[in-house]
Write a new protein. Structure first.
Length: 254
């Protein structure tokens, strides 16, 4: 059964999509990316002109209890990377943020039951909000990662996100494990280090090392299907170490 990792934060601009992509590329085995953000930034990095079946279509079928394994397989697309596939997003997905149907929190869980034995890892990118789309991802996953920047608004968002994870675990997904916090866009300024220290003081070993440094190449990697990270040895080493530490944390929690 796959380890299902939701990458989240209610605050936008933290580089959550970049981290989700690079974690998926750094893991080994059969992997599936799911883009649950209606902005579809992750989708566009792997599918140039997405027009086929997508996650919004699967949600529609799940809502009417008509989804089948054939439907789910139609929404899975190969990428240029070995053993890495993606379920793309679509702007129509935003309509499910206001869905009031009974059982709306479990659409993604129902979808993944068809395929979670087919993968080693499923990585889910979420919208920058705590709405029904993000709740679906948290209910469906086995593990969560919070991505943040070392500044006040983002650090405050971590606290709210942790509270949400606790509520989801208590009410919907008892098997949900919090892996930890990834600090993205790190710099060596005094202010930045102060915010990182605050995170470490509050969340202890749940703050992953290394911090991912602010680099222009990382911004370019977020708009390219290529794995540009491999062209920068220090950045590649940081992500390799991060993924190794992530796997260690998963093994500790099992």
């Amino acid at each position: 059964m796959a380890k299902i990792i939701t990458v989240c934060n209610q605050k936008g601009g933290t580089g959550k999509t970049t981290i989700a992509k690079q974690v998926a590329l750094g893991l080994h085995g059969k992997r599936l990316l799911i883009d649950s953000d209606p902005q579809a930034n992750l989708t566009c990095q792997f599918i140039a002109n997405p027009q086929g079946f997508n996650l919004a279509d699967l949600y529609v079928l799940t809502k009417t209890r008509d989804v089948t394994i054939d439907d789910v397989n139609k929404a899975i697309y190969d990428t240029n990377f070995d053993d890495l596939s993606i379920i793309p997003s679509h702007r129509n997905l935003v309509s499910f943020e206001s869905d009031s149907s009974l059982g709306r929190e479990k659409y993604l869980s129902i979808i993944l039951k068809f395929i979670n034995n087919n993968y080693d890892y499923i990585i889910i990118d979420t919208p920058p909000s705590i709405g029904m789309l993000t709740i679906n991802c948290l209910v469906a996953c086995t593990h969560t990662l919070i991505v943040t920047e070392p500044r006040k608004s983002s650090v405050d968002g971590v606290e709210q996100m942790v509270k949400t994870l606790t509520l989801v675990k208590e009410n919907y997904n008892y098997n949900l494990d919090f892996l930890g916090i990834i600090v993205n866009k790190y710099s060596t300024t005094k202010d930045c280090n102060n915010w990182c220290s605050m995170l470490e003081d509050k969340y202890k070993d749940f703050v992953f090392k290394p911090f991912i440094k602010q680099r222009e190449l990382l911004n370019k990697a977020n708009t390219s299907e290529s794995n540009l990270i491999n062209s920068n040895k220090p950045l590649a080493n940081d992500f390799n170490e991060l993924v190794n530490n992530l796997l260690t944390q998963i093994n500790i929690q099992e």
